[in-house]
Design a protein. Structure first.
Ligand code: FES
Ligand SMILES: [Fe+2]
Length: 413
């Protein structure tokens, strides 16, 4: 990869094409729905290179504006939350959840007329999977996509988020990098393996055979690992543009799945969103439902670069593989260790990186499309209702796509 493409892929600040692609074509997760108390404190959020304020009025409705007050730029995150409206604390200008200016107390005469001339950048909001999403692109928003993790009953999904100091693409790439699972997460995989031939096979065969299936919404890939001469343990993960990795259950075909999306705040920070979900039954992953703050989960590595990110070498002497104690903390540590924006001109890729190459190609195509033509990218808004991750032991002969699709149809009827 050359330096120009690396910049095109990673940079989102200012007028960068990737920032425009993300803001103008996709719904962006902003804040956990449970963090927005009705009538409570507004939240300042940093999304794709810009600052916004998100709040929930007393009626429960949510609103999102550019952070700076249209009057003279004070932060509306300092505002008072009054009757489904935010009032700027500097001079008291007030904006309702629909973005109408409803009070200018400093105006002498014709306050209504003054209000009608004030425009605030108000961004549509949508609640799904316990997250408030915002449409930053202006104009009529695209319909909210039919993600498998959205629209499930309570108990079938658990969202969490963690803020990290590296570029968003490192997060997305880590999510779609099936090759690392049996290496970086060897220990975690071992805890899942108990008596399950597929997962055991995955642990023994470190190099999966990839098969990529391009889709209008992105792609899905199968990572096949031999169980024996006639069977493979096949993990099908899904990439939905621009940042969603849909990760198959680790243990059983109807196990909990994980949607992971690394969303840029700016060029060198991202929020790692995770939704643990299960369409078939309530989520049972105990560590997602108890003992954790969903705004601070999974745990960050316990140290900085000078402490090797808090890696515990004593633990490794006792048999620990990586010196970290949570599977996602392992991911965070390696992604942090790549630096704020990894220099992709220096990489040496191999066959284990096929899915990563594909996702880069798709994102580059999107960034180039918005460079060439302002406006919507034709791949945004593609139907993803059939995009589902999957894992099971399959017959070696036979088309995994057909097998997986047939299983999914069965599961839904
Ligand atoms: S800056 Fe907000 S009312 Fe003046
Ligand atoms: Fe990982």
């Amino acid at each position: 990869m050359n330096a120009e493409d690396n910049a095109l892929l990673t940079r989102v600040e200012g007028d960068a094409p990737m920032g425009r692609l993300l803001r103008e074509n996709f719904w962006v997760p902003a804040v956990l729905a449970q963090s927005l108390e009705a009538g409570g404190a507004p939240h300042r959020v940093h999304l794709v290179g810009r600052h916004y304020v998100v709040f929930r009025g007393h009626s429960g409705r949510t609103g999102c504006f550019d952070e700076g007050c249209p009057h003279r730029g004070a932060s509306l995150a300092l505002g008072r939350n009054e009757d489904d409206a935010l009032r700027c604390i500097y001079h008291g200008w007030k904006f309702d959840v629909d973005g109408r200016c409803v009070a200018i107390p400093t105006q002498v005469g014709d306050e209504a007329g003054a209000c009608s001339r004030v425009k605030i950048n108000r961004h549509p909001t949508h609640e799904a999977a316990g997250i408030v999403w915002v449409w930053l692109g202006g104009g009529e928003p695209l319909p909210f996509p039919d993600y498998e993790f959205a629209g499930l009953p309570a108990g079938h999904f658990v969202p969490a988020r963690q803020k990290l100091a590296y570029n968003w693409l490192q997060g997305v790439e880590g999510t779609m990098d099936s090759a690392h699972v049996t290496v970086l997460h060897e220990e975690w995989l071992g805890t899942l393996a108990q008596g399950r031939s597929g997962v055991t096979a995955a642990g023994q065969k470190k190099a999966p055979r990839y098969d990529i299936d391009e889709q209008p919404y992105g792609f899905r890939y199968a990572a096949h690992r031999e169980v024996d001469a006639v069977r493979t343990y096949t993990r099908v993960n899904v990439f939905i543009l621009p940042w969603f990795g849909m990760i198959c259950p680790g243990d059983a075909p109807d196990g909990d799945r994980t949607a992971i999306f690394a969303v840029p705040c700016d060029d060198t920070t991202n929020v790692h969103w995770m939704v643990r979900y299960n369409p078939d039954k309530p989520v049972t992953s105990y560590y997602f439902t108890r003992h954790s703050d969903p705004n601070d989960w999974p745990p960050l590595p316990p140290g900085g670069p000078d402490e090797n990110w808090g890696q515990d070498r004593k633990l490794m002497k006792r048999g620990g593989i990586t010196g970290f104690t949570n599977v996602t903390t392992e991911d965070f540590a390696v992604n942090l260790s790549q630096g704020p924006i990894v220099d992709r001109t220096k990489e040496k890729l191999n066959s284990g990186d096929l899915a990563i190459v594909r996702l880069r190609q798709q994102l580059l195509a999107g960034a180039r499309a918005v460079q060439a033509v302002h406006g919507r990218w034709e791949k945004a808004g593609a139907d993803c209702s059939a995009a589902r991750p999957f894992a099971d032991v399959l017959p070696r002969e036979g088309d995994w796509r057909r097998i997986v699709d047939a299983t999914q149809v069965d599961a839904r009827t």
